[in-house]
Design a protein around this ligand. Structure first.
Ligand code: ZN
Ligand code: ZN
Length: 404
């Protein structure tokens, strides 16, 4: 029997006059899952620790983020489809507009998003074909003006400063080595940034953009260096096949970095317009080939960051409307979140998240509604994110005995 792990990113909230978007949402199917299952609350990383979506998803898959998390760069790079290997140094990158004379490091950033350019495919192709470096590099586009860059070679280090000055009107920064061993990496990054600028500045797409009065996408600003972690694959750790269904690069990246399959079905957008039925259908299909399917919805987090109480409630209701088929599904189902994103805070908080586990082996409790205010009355009590896979494996009779 497979495991379906359903995550509504940032769904839980703090009480506003005794209400949360989840507690007031009309969500008969989620409530039915809570009713059928055992419920509890969960500190996804640890009590009082505010998780990122990357560290929390590592924990939910059973990987201690304090041991394996080395920064967002490698996870995002894996999320946009670069095959990241241990020791690779990964960066997040923005296509940007620079102006001035001389080398790129004498030029000024006039638009950090190059007019929010959408299609960077041809520019990336030119970078791949024309830039030569003493080490291998890989580049993939993210959404809009975003991209990820990975360098692979002997002796690379992540201790280098950002090229991105992060403000308009400032000069492009040289990457500096933050320790002696990172000198070579800093030099390679600077060489890369200069050569990319030379390729992009004269590219026909940018000449056309200039004629049309649009800012040229003539620079790639690198930031957030991180070294790819040495992390056991999901297959090696559990002998199980993982599939992650998500649109958000950071969540796909966690799946990819542990060797899982990642799928973004048509219609999945990573925002409130996402096609929830397409995602659910995809999950039901993938459950036939995978042992563990992580089905992720992003918009609850976004709407929390926007401070949009009603939007969050409406999105929870929209997701619920696709969940009817889950009630009779022959699988262990876990319904939960990766952290709270309260509409008042507009940021992630450490408030524990509700969790419901449905399987024929659970000790069903008296909780009948899925909400922050009911979950803690259930039989799971209070667990940590790292406990989820262990508990699921035990329910599925896949756990090994500890001791004699
Ligand atoms: Zn999140
Ligand atoms: Zn967030």
């Amino acid at each position: 029997m497979p495991l379906l792990l359903v995550i509504l990113d940032g769904m839980p909230d703090r009480s506003l006059n005794g209400k949360t978007p989840l507690s007031v949402a009309k969500k008969p199917n989620m409530d039915a899952l809570a009713d059928l299952g055992v419920n509890g609350i969960m500190d996804v990383v640890a009590p009082g620790v505010r998780p990122g979506s990357d560290t929390s998803h590592l924990a939910l898959l059973g990987y201690d983020p304090y041991k394996y998390y080395t920064g967002r760069g490698p996870i995002e790079a894996a999320g946009v489809g670069i095959e990241v290997k241990p020791g690779d140094v990964a960066f997040r990158a923005n296509f940007a507009t620079v102006e001035g004379e001389g080398s790129i490091f004498e030029k000024v950033v006039v638009d950090r998003r190059a007019g929010r350019i959408q299609d960077t495919k041809e520019l990336i192709k030119a970078i791949r074909e024309e830039v030569e470096l003493p080490v291998d590099f890989y580049i993939e586009r993210g959404s809009g003006h975003r991209a990820a860059v990975v360098f692979r070679g002997e002796g690379l280090q992540a201790e280098v400063s950002d090229v991105d000055p992060k403000v308009v009107g400032a000069k492009v920064k040289k990457a500096n080595a933050l320790n002696e061993e990172a000198q070579k990496t800093a030099e390679i990054v600077n060489e890369f940034v200069q050569k990319v600028h030379e390729v992009l500045d004269k590219h026909p797409i940018n000449e056309e953009r200039q004629k049309a009065g649009l800012p040229k996408a003539n620079a790639l600003l690198l930031r957030g260096a991180g070294i790819a972690p040495r992390i056991p694959s999901f297959k090696d750790k559990y002998n199980l096949k993982l599939c992650v269904i998500a649109a958000a690069a950071i969540v796909k990246g966690v799946g990819a970095i542990v060797g899982g399959k990642t799928v973004t079905p048509d219609g999945a957008t990573g925002n409130k317009f996402t096609d929830v039925n397409a995602k659910l259908k995809c999950a039901l299909r993938e459950l036939k080939h995978s042992d563990v399917v992580l089905l992720h919805f992003k918009a609850t987090d976004e709407l929390g960051h926007d401070g949009d109480f009603d939007g969050k409630r409406e999105f929870i209701e929209k997701v619920d409307s696709a969940f009817e088929d889950l009630l009779n599904l022959d699988a262990c189902i876990i319904l939960t979140s990766d952290h709270s994103t309260p509409v008042k805070t507009r940021e992630h908080t450490a408030d524990p998240v509700p969790i419901a586990m449905v399987h024929e082996n659970v000790r069903r409790d008296e909780v009948t509604k899925f909400s922050e205010f009911e979950a803690f009355k259930g039989g799971l009590c209070r667990i940590r994110g790292l406990d989820v896979m262990n508990i699921a494996l035990d329910l599925l009779d896949l756990a090994k005995k500890f001791g004699a």
